[in-house]
Design a protein around this ligand. Structure first.
Ligand SMILES: Nc1nc(=O)c2c([nH]1)NC[C@@H]1CN(c3ccc(C(=O)N[C@@H](CCC(=O)O)C(=O)O)cc3)CN21
Ligand SMILES: CC(C)C(=O)C(=O)O
Ligand SMILES: [Mg+2]
Length: 273
């Protein structure tokens, strides 16, 4: 036992995630962007916490994931890492910090690892970003791939509709997944593609395949934490299952607080010095 490890908590590693796929145990993954939320997600027993560039939408209110910067991702990631005892922490490299330039990709990945203490990075794309993936992996940084609906390329596609429904696009996606595996990625995310194609990919590659809107025949699932909790208001795609209605809980709590302040019911004597 090292001096830094907490007693009785076994940290998730890429090796453990691979073993989970090998024995058919599904992998749980959820986003988090800040310390308080990550602490609860970790304590619940989540296998992977993703510091997603969806922070651009969920935390900052941007319409797309494109505006979030590397510095902002590092701020979110370091907050999450300080909270986590067991989960494996993966960080999205943001738009513009890895595409088309493998030296910049490596520099971005190293900044994330050094300045946040995260365990791995995630990048969107297949063959097009192969050199960047190889370069990052050569530095000993685990890389998670992301294929299908890749929100950083939204303006290339124009919509958030289901991807790879056509035979040619499905064949390219399968090929891209094999390329990512061959490069040495430890896992790959498949977003919003037909369940039958996702199943085929999960069978074709030996590394864990994590789905979001990719059906049940993959090795794990990922969602955005605010969507799962019912805090997000407008975002309700078919793949989302809401496990709570925190928006209602919060509205009631805030409403009661306002009422108590206005009516002088808060604070009472016990709450005063
Ligand atoms: N809150 C949130 N949750 C997410 O899952 C998420 C983000 N933000 N931001 C970054 C990406 C974007 N993602 C998306 C975005 C849209 C759909 C989607 O299905 N949108 C529409 C359909 C649009 C269309 O068909 O053209 C929908 O049904 O809501 C899915 C995933 C997933 N990520
Ligand atoms: C939706 C997941 C896979 C993601 O990339 C994000 O949250 O940014
Ligand atoms: Mg993302």
């Amino acid at each position: 036992m090292t001096i830094h490890s907490s007693a009785n908590i076994k940290r998730i590693t890429t090796h453990i995630l691979q073993e989970m796929k090998n024995r058919g145990e599904k992998i749980s993954m959820l986003t988090a962007y800040d310390y308080s939320m990550a602490k609860i997600v970790d304590e619940a027993g989540m296998d992977i916490i993703l510091v997603g560039d969806s922070a651009s939408n969920v935390m900052a209110g941007h319409e797309t994931t494109l505006p979030i910067t590397l510095d902002q991702m590092i701020y979110h990631a370091s907050s999450v890492v300080r909270a986590v005892k067991r989960s494996f922490v993966v960080v999205d490299i943001p738009f513009g910090s890895y595409q088309g330039n493998s030296s910049e990709a490596l520099r971005s990945a190293i900044r994330i690892m050094k300045e946040s203490g995260a365990h791995a990075v995630k990048v969107e794309g297949g063959a097009e970003i192969k050199e960047s993936v190889i370069r990052i992996l050569s530095a000993g940084v685990p890389v998670m791939g992301h294929l299908g609906l890749t929100p950083q390329s939204i303006y290339k596609f124009g919509t958030y509709s289901v991807r790879a429904k056509e035979e040619a696009e499905a064949a390219k996606l399968l090929e891209d997944a094999k390329i990512l595996e061959e490069c040495g990625c430890f896992a790959v995310v498949l977003e919003k593609i037909p369940a039958s194609l996702a199943k085929k990919v999960a069978e074709a590659v030996s590394i864990p395949v994590i789905g979001i809107g990719a059906g049940g025949d993959v090795d794990g699932q990922v969602l955005v934490v605010h969507d799962l909790l019912g805090i997000t208001q407008e975002f309700k795609p078919r793949f989302l299952r809401q496990y709570a209605d925190l928006q209602a809980v919060m509205l009631e709590a805030f409403g009661n607080y306002i009422k108590d302040v206005k009516s002088r019911n808060f604070p009472n004597e016990k709450e005063s010095y």
